[in-house]
Design a protein around this ligand. Sequence first.
Ligand code: AMP
Ligand code: MG
Length: 361
Amino acid sequence: MPEPSPSTRRDFLTGRAIRSESMNGQNNPAEEAVSILSVPSRGPTILLRTVAMACDFDVMLNPEGPTVQLEAASESLDLVQHLEQTLSIYRDDAHLAQVNRSAAESPIEIEPDLYTLLDQAEQIRHATDGAFDPTAGALVLLWRRCRRENRIPTTNEIETTLALTGGQHLDFDRSRRTVHFDRFGVQLDLGAIGKGYAVDRAGEHLTTKGVVNWLVHGGRSSVRSQGKHAGNDGWPVGLRNPLLPDRPFATFLLRDAALSTSGTAAQWFRHQGKRFGHILDPRTGWPVETMLSVSVIAPDAALADALSTAFFVLGVEKARRCCDTFPHVSAIFFPPPRRGRVLEPLLHNVPAGCLFVNDIH
Ligand code: AMP
Ligand code: MG
């Protein structure tokens, strides 16, 4: 049998190179999900912005929306600021930082927002076989310290820190809403879900205030939208090329859903010629470098955020199986191109009519 010819740049740009599991040489639903015709574009918007969680949080509104929407948007950004004060581990006075300092000594009562999020995070940890793990905090701190010291951790450091990682170290008392760590050194880190959660709360506030059409962005990685924009049946959002992050590769028409992307293009360091990114496999204690990026589309942004991190860790095949266990969740994987090949995104369950490869002209 002849070798399949390598995809060309044009194949990729026109969506022909996009593959899905269910190809089998027959009808490829992934291709049906991709269109190069009439890429939806953004029209004029009203933009309100705040800086929180070390990134820009944006609320976008249609200019023709009701005047009350400005006040609602401003309130929703205040909410984001409040959440940072709860979820950060880098501000000494933040609630989560206090929990990390004290929960090994005695059970600590947790604010409702943080409790809801920890509960969701624990469920996702289970469902992803520990690939997403809110207790990865000690490992994250170890790798940060080593990055500053321009070294990689010793095997002994990794083993000691792995013994502080995993849900078995958390004791939740649901009736009292408390958490207790079973040993000193356990650290919660909600960096892989917190931005998404803040996007959700901001968006829900807009909806509660009667705003029908909105888009909320948390940094470059998490976005959620509701309603319609500029004649589109949803809000167009850009998907970056993970090898050239300033270049959009495609546009995704987000319809009452959230999209989150995990990748290491922006946060990594090199040691002795090897690259180490900021996403860790909590089961091994090592950074994962087998994927360029993963985008996940889900009903809410916290889930999309946590799953994009988990799928990055799991790799394409395990992530596809995990993805199938969540209703209304789809994924776009960017594995590193094989030698001599172009970048080939792999689509999983992406609904038809949502993904538009940007025109090459
Ligand atoms: P994200 O950019 O959403 O993929 O989240 C990455 C951030 O979450 C990192 O900067 C760490 O703070 C933390 N993190 C890294 N790996 C994991 C993991 N496997 N599970 C949970 N949190 C992680
Ligand atoms: Mg994430």
